[in-house]
Design a protein around this ligand. Structure first.
Ligand code: ATP
Length: 199
């Protein structure tokens, strides 16, 4: 089995993420792509993400019917920052004998050697590098197996979606319809999270 692992905050999942997933499945001939929402991203130590249960709900809704994709709650269940190496150790145990791939945006590639236990990571899996418009193209760091995907480059970030909702601008077509419905229904991103009475 060729298994891709796609970690991120997914706050919320958007069309850019879905295009990354579709490209990875096709170009790397993955049997399965596991979407892994982070508990707390080590890259965003000061940012309080939307509660995992809500990010999970949006992700599951967005991926419903996508037969090669599944969602794992492993990072949401582990306390503390979600380090990739912990997730990959879990995946290696969970799917012994599989070939594992980690999806990484071009924006994170240069910093890869600074990730926790990066040498163990390099041994455990190969990286699928996803182009990200606006990010400079950087060389793959030495010692890591990296395959570059062509992808369907789209300049969209979850922060853009959140900012648009906060400014009462439409997010139609930037996120799947079901995600837009959940955002509207829960009034997510409309007020500062700390001040939201129901979360
Ligand atoms: P934020 O704006 O909150 O930082 P984001 O959309 O940039 O969110 P995540 O939700 O954490 O980031 O994304 C998970 C992964 O998907 C990251 O590796 C990120 O590089 C990648 N990614 C997100 N959006 C895109 C995009 N439009 N094109 C390519 N890769 C993307």
């Amino acid at each position: 089995m060729r298994i891709g692992l796609f970690g991120g905050t997914f706050d919320p999942v958007h069309i850019g993420h879905l295009l990354v997933g579709a490209a990875a499945i096709e170009e790397a001939a993955l049997d399965k792509l596991v979407w892994i929402p982070a508990g707390r991203s080590p890259f965003k130590p000061d940012a309080e993400p939307t509660p995992g249960v809500l990010r999970l709900r949006m992700l599951r809704a967005a991926l419903a019917g996508n037969l090669r994709s599944e969602v794992s709650t492993v990072d949401l269940e582990r306390p503390g920052p979600s380090y990739t190496v912990d997730t990959v150790r879990w995946a290696a145990k969970n799917w012994p004998g599989s070939t594992l791939f980690w999806l990484i945006g071009e924006d994170h590639l240069a910093g890869l050697p600074q990730w926790r236990d990066a040498t163990e990571l390099a041994r455990l899996l190969e990286f699928l590098v996803v182009p990200r418009p606006g990010s400079p193209v950087v060389a793959s760091p030495h010692g890591y197996r990296c395959t570059r995907l062509k992808g369907f480059p789209l300049d969209l970030a979850a922060s853009t979606v959140r900012e648009r909702v906060a400014r009462a601008l439409p997010i139609t077509a930037l996120v799947p319809k079901v995600v837009e419905e959940i955002v509207n229904e829960t009034r997510l991103y409309t007020v500062p999270k700390a001040a939201h009475p129901s979360r």
